[in-house]
Design a protein around this ligand. Structure first.
Ligand SMILES: Nc1ncnc2c1ncn2[C@@H]1O[C@H](COP(=O)(O)OP(=O)(O)O)[C@@H](O)[C@H]1O
Ligand SMILES: Cc1cn([C@H]2C[C@H](O)[C@@H](COP(=O)(O)O)O2)c(=O)[nH]c1=O
Ligand SMILES: [Zn+2]
Length: 240
C-alpha cells in the first residue's frame, strides 16, 4: 500500500471532507468521505479547546476508582490552564497527608502545588479573582461543596473536581454523586483490574478495617472489575 505520512493523510481527508460537505449529494463518495471526516475530527481533534480557554463558568467532575488516573487528569487540565495564563487555585482536604501535606500528588509522582483546607467553605475565601479552581480527593469534603461549586461556576469560574465515586463497599462517596448530578461534564476514568486485566471500577480494601476513611495506597487497596470484586468479597465472607 502507498505509504503517506499521517498528517498528509489527515489533511487529504479533511480537504475531501470539506468538498463533500459542500457537494451535498447523496453519492457514496460523499457519504464515505463525510463519515471519515467526522470520525477523524472526532477522534484526532477531540480537544475541547474553547471550553478550556474561554472564561465561562462550568463544573467538570473526574471520578472513578483508586489508581484510575483522576489526579493525573486533574493535574493535566490544571497545568494546561496555567499555560493559558489563567489564574488557577487548587485545593485538597487537609486530612489527606498521604504523599505530601502541601501538594496534590498522583500515584505516578506527578504533582502540583495546592492549598490544604478543612471545610468546603474555605474554598470561597481563597477563590476571589480566580479563573479555574481544582479540587482533589473531593469525596472527603462536606456536602457544602456542592453549593460552593455551583456558586463558583455561576460566577464564571471553571471548577474541576476529582474524587472517588464509591467507597470500598461500593457505596457512593460523600458529595461526589451530587456533584456528578450538577456537573456540566463528568469524566469517569478506570484503572486496570489487578486480577484479570479488564477495566476496574471499584476499590477493594485489602487491609482489615471497617472505617470509611482509611488513607492508603497499594498495600491497602486494589482496583478490581465487577466480577473480581464480587469474587473477592465472596472469598472474604467464606473465610470469616
Ligand atoms: N492497576 C492499575 N491501573 C491503572 N493504573 C495504575 C494501576 N496501578 C498503578 N497505577 C498507576 O496509577 C497512575 C494513576 O494515578 P492517579 O492519577 O494518582 O490515580 P487516582 O487519582 O485515580 O488514584 C497510573 O498512571 C499508573 O501509573
Ligand atoms: C476506597 C476508599 C479509599 N479511601 C482513601 C484511600 C486513599 O487515601 C484515598 C483515595 O485516593 P486516590 O487518589 O483515589 O487513589 O481515599 C478511603 O478513605 N476510603 C475508601 O473507602
Ligand atoms: Zn477483574
Amino acid at each position: 500500500m502507498l505509504h503517506i505520512p499521517l498528517t498528509l493523510y489527515l489533511l487529504l481527508i479533511k480537504i475531501l471532507g470539506i468538498i463533500a460537505l459542500f457537494w451535498g449529494t447523496n453519492s457514496t463518495f460523499a457519504a464515505v468521505t463525510k463519515t471519515n471526516y467526522h470520525y477523524l475530527t472526532m477522534v484526532v481533534f477531540s480537544e475541547d479547546h474553547i471550553q478550556e480557554t474561554r472564561r465561562r463558568g462550568r463544573i467538570e467532575v473526574i471520578c472513578g476508582s483508586m489508581f484510575s488516573g483522576k489526579t493525573e487528569e486533574l493535574i493535566r487540565r490544571l497545568k494546561r490552564a496555567k499555560f493559558a495564563r489563567q489564574r488557577v487555585e487548587i485545593f485538597k482536604p487537609a486530612l489527606d497527608t498521604r504523599y505530601s501535606e502541601e501538594e496534590v500528588v498522583s500515584h505516578d509522582s506527578n504533582s502540583i502545588a495546592s492549598t490544604p483546607i478543612d471545610t468546603s467553605a474555605s474554598i470561597l475565601l481563597f477563590s476571589s479573582d480566580k479563573d479555574v479552581i481544582g479540587i482533589d480527593e473531593a469525596q472527603f469534603f462536606d456536602e457544602g461543596l456542592i453549593n460552593v461549586c455551583n456558586q463558583l461556576a455561576d460566577s464564571g469560574v471553571r471548577v474541576i473536581v476529582a474524587g472517588l465515586d464509591m467507597d470500598f463497599k461500593r457505596i457512593p462517596f460523600g458529595p461526589i454523586p451530587a456533584l456528578c448530578a450538577i456537573a456540566d461534564e463528568v469524566t469517569k476514568v478506570h484503572a486496570i483490574c489487578v486480577k484479570c486485566g479488564n477495566l476496574a471500577y471499584a476499590s477493594h480494601r485489602i487491609t482489615k478495617s471497617d472505617k470509611r476513611v482509611l488513607l492508603g495506597e497499594k498495600a491497602d487497596y486494589e482496583p478490581l472489575c465487577r466480577e473480581c470484586y464480587r469474587k473477592a468479597i465472596e472469598e472474604e465472607q467464606t473465610i470469616q
